[in-house]
Design a protein around this ligand. Sequence first.
Ligand SMILES: *Cc1c(COP(=O)(O)O)cnc(C)c1O
Length: 233
Amino acid sequence: MSRAEEISRGLAEVRRRIADAAAAAGRSADELTLVVVTKRFPVDDIVALSQLGVTDIGENRDQEACVKVADIPGEVREQLTVHFVGQLQTNKAASVASYADTVHSVDRGRLVTALDRAAERRDRPLDVLVQVCLDPQPGRGGAMPDEVPAVADAVVGASHLRLRGLMAVAPLGEDPAAAFARLVTVGERLRAEHPDAGWLSAGMSGDIEAAVAAGATHLRVGTAILGSRPPLG
Ligand SMILES: *Cc1c(COP(=O)(O)O)cnc(C)c1O
């Protein structure tokens, strides 16, 4: 099987899972954006995905993504929305703001300040999601639920950023449905203050169904489409 066929099969299977999960939840699959997480896979895979109708890709390391996104052929890049989904150091904010359309991993005020300063050079605002930590212990990225309102207010106060919603990763070893239920609660509180911030980025290869059932709007799927990732280069 060629690589293009492999990707096509993986994508068809994930689209089927999303459609089934949406039907089971009484939702329309049109409300759901599939972000294919292409980290550690080559630009050729991104081109193949685009030819199969994928409109959104995700990357998690600036060092890799800044080179890769620059290498995507212009006519393909124009059709794509690039999401940055990884933990982000403040000193990488300027680089990420130069090529990403959406940053899912904003979790502290200093990062908001750095992204806003960098996004000034863009021709349109940078879309931002506040990442929520659903682990009881902080430390693996994401604002704790009680810190989210302050981070969200900082985003709204920033001239070159646009608050779109929340992102989370289900903690390992916990039922993802229980974790996503906490995300939904944080999202309801956020929308009470910021009615336009309705995106919920949740759901990876292993928990697409739980995320769709909980009300996710964006699914970030890598392995189930592209196969196991090559080791870090
Ligand atoms: C890698 C990654 C994903 C995709 O994970 P898979 O299990 O390969 O689908 C989703 N979200 C984030 C933040 C990631 O880093």
